[in-house]
Design a protein around this ligand. Structure first.
Ligand code: MEV
Length: 313
């Protein structure tokens, strides 16, 4: 019998990853079909974690779990609850290190559940701060976009810490395809920073262009301008490749999506591995594009609900 639980879901970044770290806006979509739950039960053991990756006392958890352990410890400190006598169990799965927000989602679910077990319902700001503490352990200098997107019911517009829900009547269908390779967000973010230091004018130009494409995309979502949005996605992929965050596998899947009739496609999230996001005009097109992506080597594809999270907000 769980004393309390918390949930969170995956996210995809529609446009603006990496640029968002440098102050540009970004748009992220919730992926409700990939979700996880943290459940807290009271025991007479020390603090314990029960997940597919590890089952045992927190004190002996592997380095791989450093971020969720941070979320747990920080939440206990925030609530003033004793750091013992609780088991935190994680169910459900968001593939890790694929740019789908798994690290932020695990932290979100744990903090919500652990706070609830102590009788505290976290406010949005408090939960954000707890997720960010874990995200800093996971990949250094997180913009905060993932921390907002994994608990949002709607698409979000995010810039410099500010977030707002993006209402939308969009009818396009998204396809997510996993290269099967681990994304390397920390390295990719570092790569962009190094490039910016070496050639600031060029990188600023690229970041400005991504920011303009992202701003226009918010209008596309509202106006259901599917073809225009697709073109902006593909152009953004080229910009991200110039920023060195693509990879041959990601480029190949973007090409395969377009060849199979996608309106546009791009890498999504941190890059250098992880996933591609493609836009289809209709569900029938989406099924064909997903098959094309798997034939081109995608390990898995997902077609989140026809309108992933794009409900009026
Ligand atoms: C990672 O999902 C998105 C990045 O923009 C990093 C961040 O926003 O912190 C690459």
């Amino acid at each position: 019998q769980a004393a309390a639980s918390g949930t969170a879901h995956a996210k995809v970044i529609l446009l603006g990853e990496h640029a968002v770290v440098h102050g540009a806006p970004a748009i992220a979509l919730p992926v409700h079909s990939l979700a996880l739950t943290a459940s807290v039960t009271r025991t007479d053991r020390p603090l314990w974690i029960d997940s597919v990756l590890y089952r045992g006392p927190i004190a002996a958890a592997p380095e791989l779990l450093a971020a969720p352990v941070t979320a747990l410890a920080e939440t206990l400190r925030f609530t003033g609850a004793p750091a013992t006598g609780l088991t935190v169990r994680i169910d459900g799965e968001i593939p890790a290190e694929r740019g789908l927000g798994s690290s932020a989602a695990v932290a979100a679910a744990i903090s919500t559940a652990v706070a609830r077990a102590a009788g505290v319902e976290l406010g949005a700001r408090e939960r954000f701060d707890l997720i960010q503490a874990a995200e800093r352990v996971a990949h250094g200098t997180p913009s905060g976009l993932d921390a907002r997107a994994v608990v949002s019911d709607t698409a979000v517009w995010f810039q410099r810490g500010d977030v707002r829900a993006l209402p939308s009547a969009f009818t396009g269908v998204f396809v997510i395809a996993d290269t099967g390779l681990h994304g390397r967000t920390r390295e990719a973010v570092g790569g962009v920073a190094a490039l910016k230091a070496a050639d600031p004018a060029r990188v600023e130009r690229i970041l400005d262009r991504i920011a303009a494409l992202t701003a226009a995309a918010a209008g596309d979502l509202a106006a259901d301008a599917r073809a225009a949005l697709g073109e902006r996605m593909t152009e953004t992929h080229r910009m991200l490749a110039e920023l060195t965050v693509s990879s041959p596998e990601l480029d190949r899947l973007v090409g395969a999506a377009t060849a199979a009739g996608a309106l546009g496609a791009k890498l999504t999230g941190g890059g250098r591995g992880g996933c591609v996001l493609a836009l289809a005009d209709t569900p029938v097109d989406a099924a064909r594009i997903a098959a094309g992506l798997r034939a081109a080597g995608a390990e898995r594809t997902w077609m989140p609900a026809a309108r992933p999270g794009l409900t009026p907000g």
